[in-house]
Design a protein. Structure first.
Length: 206
C-alpha cells in the first residue's frame, strides 16, 4: 500500500510540474504573440505614415504645377476668345458689305500682288462665290492683257472668306491668294488691338 501511495504522489508531482511548465510556455507564447502584434502594428503605422507623406508630397507637386499652369491656360483661352470674337465680328461685317466694296478689297490685294509678280503673265481662279466676270474685271483693271485666263472654282462657295481670286504666274513659280480671308488676316495683323478694344468697349476681358 505504501508503494502505491508513493507512486500516486509521484504521479501528482509530475502532473503538477508538467502543468506548471505548460503554463509558463503558454505565458511566454502569449507575450511573444503580443510583442509580434505590437511590432506589426508599429510597422503598419510607419508604412501608413510613409504612404501619407509620399501622397502629400505628390499632391503638393501636383497643386504647384496646376497653380502654375492655370494662369497660362487662362491667358491662352482669353487670347483665343478675343481672336474668335474679332473674326466673328469681321465676318458679320463683311457679310453685309455691298458686292462692289468686296470687289474693291480684292482689287487692292491684286495691286499688291502686281508688285510681286511684275510683268509676268498670270492665270487666275475665281474662288468662293466670286463670279468669273467679277474676277476678270478686277484683273483687267490691274493686269490688263497680262492675265491669260480666268477659271472658276466654287468648291468653297459656302465659305464667306474664300471669296476672291487665286492668282498664279504662267510658270507657276508664284501663287498669290487674293481673298477676303487674306484681307481679314492683314487687318488682324495690323489692327488687332484696336479692333479688340473697339469690340469690347475699350476694355479687354480679364
Amino acid at each position: 500500500m505504501e508503494e502505491l501511495r508513493s507512486t500516486d504522489v509521484l504521479d501528482r508531482e509530475i502532473r503538477a510540474d508538467s502543468e506548471k511548465k505548460a503554463s509558463e510556455i503558454l505565458s511566454r507564447a502569449e507575450e511573444n504573440a503580443k510583442s509580434i502584434l505590437s511590432e506589426v502594428q508599429e510597422r503598419i503605422l510607419k508604412a501608413k505614415e510613409e504612404v501619407d507623406a509620399a501622397s502629400k508630397k505628390r499632391l503638393g507637386v501636383l497643386e504647384k504645377n496646376l497653380n502654375a499652369s492655370l494662369p497660362l491656360e487662362k491667358q491662352r483661352y482669353l487670347v483665343s476668345f478675343i481672336n474668335d470674337s474679332i473674326v466673328d465680328a469681321m465676318k458679320n461685317h463683311i457679310e453685309n458689305l455691298d458686292s462692289s466694296i468686296k470687289e474693291q478689297l480684292i482689287e487692292n490685294l491684286a495691286k499688291k500682288a502686281k508688285a510681286v509678280t511684275g510683268d509676268a503673265k498670270v492665270t487666275a481662279i475665281a474662288t468662293g462665290n466670286m463670279t468669273k466676270a467679277s474676277a476678270e474685271k478686277i484683273l483687267k483693271n490691274v493686269y490688263g492683257t497680262s492675265c491669260l485666263k480666268v477659271e472658276e472654282n466654287h468648291k468653297h462657295d459656302d465659305d464667306l472668306l474664300a471669296y476672291g481670286i487665286i492668282l498664279s504666274t504662267e510658270d507657276r513659280k508664284i501663287t498669290c491668294r487674293l481673298t477676303l480671308e487674306e484681307k481679314t488676316n492683314e487687318i488682324l495683323s495690323q489692327k488687332r488691338e484696336q479692333l479688340a478694344l473697339a469690340l469690347f468697349g475699350g476694355r479687354l476681358p480679364e
